[in-house]
Design a binder for this molecule. Sequence first.
Ligand code: HEM
Length: 475
Amino acid sequence: RRAGEPPLIDSWIPFLGKALEYRADSRKFLEENYRKHGDAFTVHLAGRYITFVMNPLLYPYVIKQDSQLDFHEFSDQISSFAFGYTPLSHCDIPGLEDEIQRGFQLLKGENLDSTLEAVSANLMQVLRQDHLGAGSWRTSNLYEFCDSIMFETIALTMFGKPPGASYRGDIQALREDFHKFDDMFPLLVARVPVRLLGKTKAIRDKFHKYFLPQRMKAWSNGMRFTQTRMELFDGCDSMKDTDKAAHHFAMMWASVANTIPAIFWNLYGVMSDPSAMAAIREEMRDVLGLSEDQVNRPDTDLTLTREQLDKLVCMESTISESLRLSTSSVTLRLATEDTKIQLDERRWFNVRKGDMVAMFPQTLHMDPEVYGDPETYKFDRFVKDGKKKTDFYKGGQKLKYFLLPFGYGSSRCPGQYMATYLMKLLLCVLLLHFDFLVDPGQSTPPLDTSRAGLGTLPPSSDISFRYRLRTRPPH
Ligand code: HEM
């Protein structure tokens, strides 16, 4: 290593370096090295040199220098490889990437008002199909329940409804294919060629056919965000139709793959903690001010505004808490030239061209100094005096960044507001209509760490539970 470079962690295994140890348990590996080597160190992982900045007190310095490092160019390489489109950098369509980024504005603020109405209507439609019939307790598995409801709700909201009577069967088949593809996603990100992954290529081709522009034009009530992307791609004469379709498939993946495990953990947390359930129900009653007529009416769509949902501070705390416990994302940046990164007022380190700088927020989320008793679910961790709690400390210093499930800077998730509203709406609708009981004798399933580094981790096994339509209270 050269002067000014952080300690290097390497092994005698050529090319792979520490990749096997890292893959086996990234959190343990990084935390051990944090203890041994301090705030920043470089790890050799499968031919790449990645400098991890571990101390969250240093995050603001690194985040401030975000523009010196690249995210979009290498994420374009990874996404195009996984979803099967021509990399944007090879497209030679001036301004396309900027226009795609600009389109993300439509996932924010008042642009989401009409989306919330659509989410409510679609959610109720999906629930009515399968779940809202009167009756006694029904048994189900929670992950399967969340997945079947939310995959369809998100697909309908984002892309609209294809014509034809076979839609329901089609969406179920699509969901199965989506999961088969998603199971292979960690390998695609590791650049294993798709032709070596069994049926994955055939499944991906099916999605490319599903999202072809001439088919999508016939779909009704898709989001303005998707319409705008379709118009943008339409205006790019040199873009192949399968490329356009692959971009829509990538967006479907982005909107579903993290959201469903997040929803599972959120529901599981609330359902298995009676005080969380009671606090949220009370907050809904106080904040939403729903009349008797709006409660327990499976035949009526519940329309809640952004302002109402924004006031659900306790519910938001349950969402933050479950994301804290289940998020495992690595934020990666590439040095496109030799770069000096400031760590704080006194310290800095050098990265060479082609090397990477990373943060691994799971260490922050599970740091006992920041979050007392970090392994325990505490539904109201993010509430203080009835407002959102934002003061968290390490070493006596207030942290600027204390929760990073949605990334930061140039890789910040553009769907984070929509994701939060989706989770709140689902909770509101489910708690208004159903009673829930987690079947006794089950312990919290561990996280499926095979997807570590890729976002919200699903549970490694499902949970069985019972639900029943709430009976309307007598007048
Ligand atoms: C709880 C749910 C979600 C979580 C935890 C989450 C998390 C993330 C994270 C960590 C990233 C950055 C990835 C990286 O650094 O490589 C990201 C990117 C992204 N997310 Fe989300 N996300 C969620 C839901 C959504 C939804 C609902 C949408 C769409 C409506 C969405 C759209 C995207 C897109 C398009 C990107 C890539 C942005 C870019 O390349 O510039 N996400 N998400």
